[in-house]
Design a protein around this ligand. Structure first.
Ligand code: SF4
Length: 377
């Protein structure tokens, strides 16, 4: 069981909040696809003989690619790897890229799940975020995807945007629910330094939403989604039963994955590898037969802390027996007082050695995880 992630490093325009790796210069798009093919050939051994059960095209904006590029990518994957017949194959799509014809072609190359970057249905907020689409395109994109036969669609929403109101977010949620997607991811806007918003913040041109207010948005979301039959399987991710994202889950369950493309990360249970986040240098290096990547070997403490941070956010919780077995780390023994405090204040529950956050605890998830972190002795 393993995954492939392909990073498509192109976008039509730069969203004001985004610090992912992308370029709006698409001159080397064709070379980039050739470099993907070469990188897959050079690194096909990375996941050994494991079968591929998730493929994820993220970015950047994967839906910006033409169909010939997508066909080349999938032809190479199918030539080099064994993809299971039930594999989840996701493409991140921006609404402004979608037409009926393109969606049918996307489906024909084998993509069976769409992740639609809606963010909000409020046109003035979409402009503020510098998104390339409007709400009419978002609604049409979803409907066309359904008409093209996609039966597994995820919608991305964003909350705690400066200028957004709780009532406005409530309307966004109602609009999403009326579309009836199988999956919803909702992210709290964070202001990253090297973005337009980060620049505005430094110049006092932007007032970020306070943490307490952001928690109000999350509570509103949890109430509405739960009442509509969605399961919150991770703090930012909700799904109808049977539609949890296999790609997301494999990150949290620490499954091996191969990351292809500039800025992509790979993981093989002992180390992480990060490809260079520069389109030209990536292509040049791969064409010369060299993978432009740095390998990072995690320390024991880093592995423990990563396990704590990721699992506490999920509905499966933090399994202290696994920490003991894998790292000889007795979290319960080391954090008796903290655990008593969390359970007493109904922020967490401890059952059979598994710690799960309660509804109130989820609002403080990252802080609680940090309190459990192991520091090097
Ligand atoms: S489309 Fe996505 S990747 Fe591109 S700039 Fe906007 S948020 Fe970032």
């Amino acid at each position: 069981m393993a995954g492939i992630y392909i990073h498509i490093p192109f976008c039509r325009q730069a969203c004001h909040y985004c610090d992912f790796h992308f370029s709006t210069n698409r001159q080397i798009e064709s070379d980039m696809i050739t470099a993907f093919e070469r990188e897959m050939e050079l690194r096909s051994e990375y996941i050994g003989n494991e079968e591929i059960d998730t493929i994820y095209l993220g970015g950047g904006t994967p839906s910006i690619l033409n169909i010939q590029s997508l066909e080349r990518i999938f032809s190479k994957i199918n030539h080099l790897f064994t993809v299971t017949s039930v594999a989840e194959i996701t493409l991140e799509a921006n609404p402004d890229d979608l037409t009926k014809e393109k969606l049918l072609m996307i489906k024909n190359v084998g993509i069976n799940r769409l992740s639609l970057g809606v963010q909000t249905f409020d046109d003035s907020l979409l402009r503020y975020l510098n998104r390339a689409h409007n709400s009419t395109q978002a609604l049409a994109g979803f409907e066309q995807a359904r008409a093209a036969g996609f039966s597994n669609i995820s919608v991305d929403l964003m909350y705690a945007i400066p200028g957004q109101t709780l009532n406005g977010f409530k309307k966004d949620i109602e609009q999403v629910l009326s579309l009836n997607p199988e999956h919803l991811s909702a992210y709290c806007l964070t202001i990253e330094e090297r973005t337009a918003f980060g620049h505005w913040l430094k110049k006092n041109m932007l007032q970020p939403v306070a943490d307490e207010q952001a928690a109000d948005y999350l509570e509103l979301l949890m109430d509405a989604l739960e009442a509509s039959g969605y399961e919150q399987y991770e703090i930012s991710n909700f799904a109808k039963p049977g539609y949890y994202s296999q790609h997301n889950s494999s990150y949290w369950k620490q499954v091996t994955y191969l990351g292809i493309g500039p800025g992509a990360h790979s993981y093989n249970r002992t180390s992480r590898q990060a490809n260079i986040s520069n389109n030209y240098r990536y292509v040049k290096s791969v064409f010369a037969g060299k993978i432009p990547a740095e390998t990072e070997y995690l320390t024991r403490e880093e592995k423990i802390n990563e396990y704590i941070l990721t699992t506490l956010r999920t509905r499966w919780g933090l399994d202290t027996a696994k920490l003991k077995a894998d790292f000889d780390f007795d979290l319960i023994q080391k954090n008796k007082a903290l655990l008593t405090c969390l359970t007493h204040n109904r922020l967490a529950e401890l059952t059979n050695g598994v710690i799960r956050l309660t509804r109130s605890g989820k609002l403080l998830a990252d802080k609680i995880a940090a309190d459990f972190f192991e520091v090097p002795s």
